[in-house]
Structure formats: C-alpha cells, structure tokens
Ligand binder design. Structure first.
Ligand SMILES: Nc1ncnc2c1ncn2[C@@H]1O[C@H](COP(=O)(O)OP(=O)(O)OP(=O)(O)O)[C@@H](O)[C@H]1O
Length: 242
C-alpha cells in the first residue's frame, strides 16, 4: 500500500467510564476502498466518530497525511477533507434536496475545482436532479441515502466514511448505491465502508478490517481472506459465514 492518507495509531476511545476501543491501528490510502466489519457493538461507529472528532482522542491517535489530527473539532476535520455519511443519514428534514446539498457546498473545505460539483453529482445520481425541489422526507430510503452521500461528497472529501449505507434498503437500491462507489474512489477519494453484509463488504473493498469487542481481530486483502477466517474473527470462535 502507498503511504496512508488516513491512519489511526493505538486509538482508544471511551464513553465516560466505558472503554469502547482498545488500541486500533487502521490505515487507508488515497483511492482505496476499505471495509470495516464486525458484530453489533464491535466498535465500528465509534472508530468513525473518533476519526471525525466526535469523541475525545489524543492528537497522535489519528493522522491525516501523517499529521496528527486526533481530537480536532468535526468542522475542522471536514475542512481537512474527511466527510461522513452517518448511520441513519441525518438529513435536514423540512428542507429540499437542493437545500440539503447547498449546506455542504457552503461549508466545503476546499474550492470545487476538479472536485465535486452539483453537475457531477447529478451524473452519479440522476435522481437528485429530478427531485431537487422535493422535501427530503418525501423521498424513499434509498433516495435519502443518495442525498446523504451527495452531501458528503460536496464537502470535497479526500476520505469518505460511510456508516452502514445499505441498512434497511432494498437489494436493488443497495446495488445502485454500491455501483457508485468505484467512480468515487477512482477519482482518488479513499472510502471507509462500515457494512453489515459481509459478502458485499468483501466484494466491494480492496482490504478489510474485522473488529471484535473494540479490537481489530483480522485485517488483510479482501480477496485473500477466507470465509472461515472472517467467521472466526467476527464471532471470536469457529463459525461459518454465508
Ligand atoms: N453514546 C454511547 N454511550 C455509551 N456507550 C456507547 C455509546 N455508543 C456506543 N456505545 C457502546 O460502545 C460499543 C461500540 O459501539 P459502536 O456503536 O461503535 O458499535 P458498532 O460496531 O458500530 O455496532 P452497530 O453495528 O450496532 O452500530 C458498544 O458496546 C456500545 O454499546
């Protein structure tokens, strides 16, 4: 792998007295798609929140371009080029598609030269153009997810963190959304995918990390890791994975 764009180093994270992460070493290079899998409560969302500055972590525990950024405020991290598509999407209900997208344009970290514009986004998800005046709450779950991804892209991320973007969506819509990911990563954006569907995670990613109870239990190239190894790392024992 080329030099990591984003990395974590012995990252620990707590919610009050409860320790959720125990020394996570993670890295992703420009243009890579890396999946993060693990059972409910393994710590996947906590890792994303720690990277985004939503939880207190020490500066050296998160590095962007090799520079310590741990604990940097979320809006500064976005300006540095990291964006998140949060679990549950968190769109601005009552606002139209275009107004949800404009919020991201207004807060974009860097100018859009060679970056994501509305036009380029409409090429990726034509639905966004058709529905631009529609309040987001009237959209289907899949369409809302496209708004959430679009909003994240318009902040011009170099790293895009996606937290369970397939959750609750019909298989056809999941396919459509996942088909958009290579064209995002091919332009150099690194994508971290938290995904419950292990088959989908493996098929979509270059590398994967499996988490178990706040630790990395397995990592490697997705195509080279066996189902048996994933089953063991996922459950902490010898279990088969479909
Ligand atoms: N706000 C919080 N306060 C206290 N504990 C929390 C909080 N959020 C998460 N946790 C705990 O931290 C641990 C890791 O949770 P996290 O949400 O990161 O897991 P996850 O792998 O993303 O799982 P899921 O698939 O359920 O989202 C769990 O034990 C969870 O109960």
């Amino acid at each position: 792998m080329s030099a990591p764009l984003l990395s974590t180093h012995g990252l620990v994270a707590r919610y009050g007295d409860f320790q959720a992460l125990y020394g996570i070493d993670f890295e992703i290079a420009a243009g890579e798609i890396v999946a993060l899998i693990g059972a409910n409560g393994a710590g996947k969302s906590t890792l994303l929140k720690s990277i985004m500055g939503l939880l207190r972590v020490a500066p050296d525990m998160v590095k962007l371009d090799g520079r310590p950024v741990g604990g940097t405020k979320p809006h500064r991290i976005v300006a540095e080029g990291v964006a998140i598509v949060p679990e549950g999407r968190r769109l601005f209900v009552g606002m139209s598609v275009i107004d949800n997208l404009r919020v991201a344009i207004d807060h974009a970290g860097r100018p859009a030269a060679n970056g994501w514009t509305l036009e380029r986004l409409y090429g990726l998800f034509p639905m966004l153009k058709e529905k631009q005046a529609v309040p987001v709450q009237s959209l289907s779950g899949g369409q809302q997810q496209m708004v959430a991804i679009g909003r994240a892209l318009l902040s011009q991320p170099r790293v895009l963190l996606c937290d369970e973007i397939s959750l609750g969506l019909a298989p056809k819509v999941v396919k459509e959304i996942y088909q958009s990911l290579p064209s995002i990563s091919e332009a150099g954006t690194a994508i971290v995918l938290v995904e419950q569907d292990i088959g989908l995670a493996r098929a979509t990613s270059n590398r994967l990390y499996c988490m178990l109870e706040g630790r990395v239990s397995l990592t490697g190239r997705s195509a080279e890791i066996s189902r048996e190894a994933i089953g063991e790392a996922y459950f902490g024992g010898a279990h088969a994975v479909a």
